[in-house]
Design a protein around this ligand. Structure first.
Ligand code: AGP
Length: 612
């Protein structure tokens, strides 16, 4: 999603803006730009493509605002309307050239706004929805920028995180948010505004988070906040929890590789202090669920998108198997629009690494509106979903920079297992079984280390299949969501068309696609249903599709007769999801590396999808 940064202080704005945009590159983008305001003059520099190109243009710029200003804004654009070119890149100027704005989100009624402006002789020059808003703000301006912004926003349908300046008021920056995150960093004699903590952390950790329909006016005197009716409001100043070092690759070739190898430590952080071996249960105080509340829960609904949804599916299986509570996982966009049946006895768990995914956030609001108990399972502290659910469990996995989620997934599964344990021990799971599961969860970091130690062996297998254009992942039980996740990893970083299926599903259609160059990654771990999945793999083999058998340590014989094998630790089915997923992460990574793909920022993808 788009990255936004603003600065007002005593240092050279353009340098801080470009560096901030570089720190947000991981979010995914296709163009970038900055606008600065100095001595009542606006200067704008934009670049279709990477930040590197923007930095070169800024360094070469002769514009006084770009060279001198201490007030400005920057933007990395992930195109929603209009191709990634210089005209469509932000910041956008209005027709007069006196107003400039950056925007993250979607203005759904932008066509109506443009049509209304055209009746007053105001024409937009770009293909974007965002330009309509800055033109509308200029049209509403009657001498006070924040008033013009609120007047314009009252006419807007959609989501926004915006920064606005005008040379009519050269000592002011206005920020506003609805649906797209905005955080304000309070530095020493300077204020920073961004869509992502990573851009602010090098300068200050003291921050205020805007809520929907908040507006902030930043001047030399500091920050004033209002609602859209211009009533003053205040927001708590908190300390941002972000490890700036996480935003550096260190000795790793890619953030994804660094984060895969950080999984043992990340999982230790996720489970630290949350397992009670004496009582054989999980301590998840953030859920704010008393034993009585937990005992009243009739159903668990897990909502999420992409990898988070796959982690939720593992949780669904664990909650039903261990706690005996009906559970189901649903794609958040589907949940939010299908008028779901939700009751006050339902526990809705929203899983989101970023805590900003628009569909998941909307699903949270729908579930809250219907009276459910709604908990967030997020990685980014202070994220919108974490704040709006008001209860939940942080992953503590550390910032995840690679667009392809790895450590967040394995930590999400670890936390879902702890949630299942907590619910189960509040019902019929005896203490000794709880203690056994605690020990299984405690072993996760060690199991992941064993898989990571096989990276070179997995790389050899990966390079045999790097030239393929299709692949199927198959699994059963707890490994069915892992097959889905393995396929998602492969497709999003190698661009191979990979699909995950329940092993039994192949013969109901997909098997028609099998050919000699369609590898099957079969999850043949030592879990219930293994024999059936072996049969499904043999059905593929019989049609000349090469089979990579993922087998349990000590059960290597299962791989005989197949083309290649990957060995993972032998462990209980619910635990096996994590080490097996790590093996598939490594397989995807090495295939993508062999294909020289842009692994950390795959084409068309964003780290946090804050638009529908
Ligand atoms: C996973 O590798 C993808 N980057 C994507 O599917 C992601 O999991 C999804 O967009 C949900 O993001 P969230 O966890 O931040 O809500």
């Amino acid at each position: 999603m788009c990255g936004i940064i603003g600065y007002f202080g005593k240092r050279k704005a353009s340098e801080i803006l470009v560096d901030g945009l570089r720190r947000m590159e991981y979010r995914g983008y296709d163009s970038a730009g900055v606008a600065c305001l100095h001595d009542g003059v606006l200067g704008v520099v934009k670049n279709p493509g990477k930040i590197k190109g923007l930095r070169e243009k800024v360094d070469a710029s002769e514009l006084a605002p770009i060279r001198e200003a201490m007030l400005g804004m920057g933007h990395t654009r992930w195109a929603t309307h209009g191709e990634p070119n210089e005209m469509n890149a932000h910041p956008h100027l209005d027709a007069s050239g006196h107003f400039v704005m950056v925007h993250n989100g979607i203005i759904e009624n932008y066509k109506e706004i443009k049509a209304g402006l055209a009746q007053h002789g105001i024409t937009c020059v770009s293909d974007t929805d965002s330009e309509a808003l800055v033109q509308l703000i200029a049209y509403c301006y009657q001498g006070n920028l924040e008033k013009a912004v609120t007047e314009a926003l009252k006419k807007v349908k959609g989501t926004y995180g915006i920064l606005v300046m005008t040379d009519h008021e050269p000592e002011k920056l206005v920020a506003a948010r609805c649906g797209s995150p905005i955080v304000i960093g309070l530095g020493k004699d300077e204020t920073l505004i961004a869509s992502d903590a990573s851009a602010i952390i090098p300068h200050t950790r003291d921050a205020m988070y805007l809520e929907d329909y908040d507006m902030a006016v930043i001047t030399a005197d500091g920050v004033q906040m209002f609602d859209l009716q211009h009533a003053p409001i205040s927001r708590e100043v908190t300390e941002m929890d972000w490890d700036a070092g996480a935003a550096e690759k260190g000795d790793y070739a890619h953030f994804m590789l660094k984060e895969m190898f950080a999984q043992p430590a990340a999982i230790r952080n996720a489970i630290r202090g949350r397992l009670d071996l004496t009582m054989g249960t999980a301590l998840l105080s953030g859920l704010d669920l008393s034993p009585r509340d937990a005992a009243q829960i009739n159903r668990v609904l897990v909502i999420g998108c992409g990898t988070s949804m796959n982690a939720g599916m593992v949780g669904e299986y664990a909650i039903e198997e261990m706690a005996g509570i009906p559970a189901e996982v649903e794609q958040a966009a589907e949940f939010r629009y299908r008028n779901p049946i939700v009751s006050p006895q339902d526990l809705v768990i929203a899983i989101s690494q970023s805590g900003e995914t628009a569909d998941t956030l909307a699903a949270v609001r729908e579930a809250k509106h219907k009276g459910a108990i709604v908990a967030g399972l997020c990685n980014v502290v202070g994220s919108t979903i974490a704040r709006e659910t008001g209860r939940g469990v942080y992953l503590h996995a550390g910032p995840e920079i690679g667009v392809a989620s790895t450590k967040a997934f394995t930590c999400q599964v670890a936390v879902m297992l702890m949630m299942a344990l907590k619910l189960a021990r509040g019902r019929r799971m005896p203490r000794h079984e709880g203690e056994e599961l605690c020990r299984g969860i405690e072993r996760l970091p060690e199991l992941v280390e064993k898989v990571l130690a096989q990276s070179d062996a997995i790389k050899i297998v990966a390079e045999k299949y790097a030239d393929k254009e299709n692949a199927f992942f198959i699994g059963r039980g707890y490994l069915f969501p892992v097959a889905m996740e393995g396929a998602l990893k492969l497709k999003e970083i190698s661009y191979i068309h990979a699909e995950g299926y329940h092993a039994a599903e192949l013969k109901h259609g997909p098997i028609a696609l099998l050919q000699e160059n369609t590898p099957i990654i079969a999850l043949l771990n030592n879990i219930p249903g293994k024999e059936k999945t072996i049969g499904n793999a043999e059905e593929c083999k019989a049609r000349k599709a090469p089979v990579i058998a993922v087998v349990s340590e000590g059960d290597e014989a299962t791989a005989e007769g197949f083309d290649d094998r990957i060995v993972v630790p032998d462990c209980p089915p619910c635990i096996a999801a994590v080490p097996t997923a790590v093996a598939l992460q490594l397989l995807a990574y090495h295939i993508a590396a062999a294909r020289s793909c842009e692994i950390d920022q795959p084409r068309n993808l964003a780290k946090s999808v804050t638009v529908e």
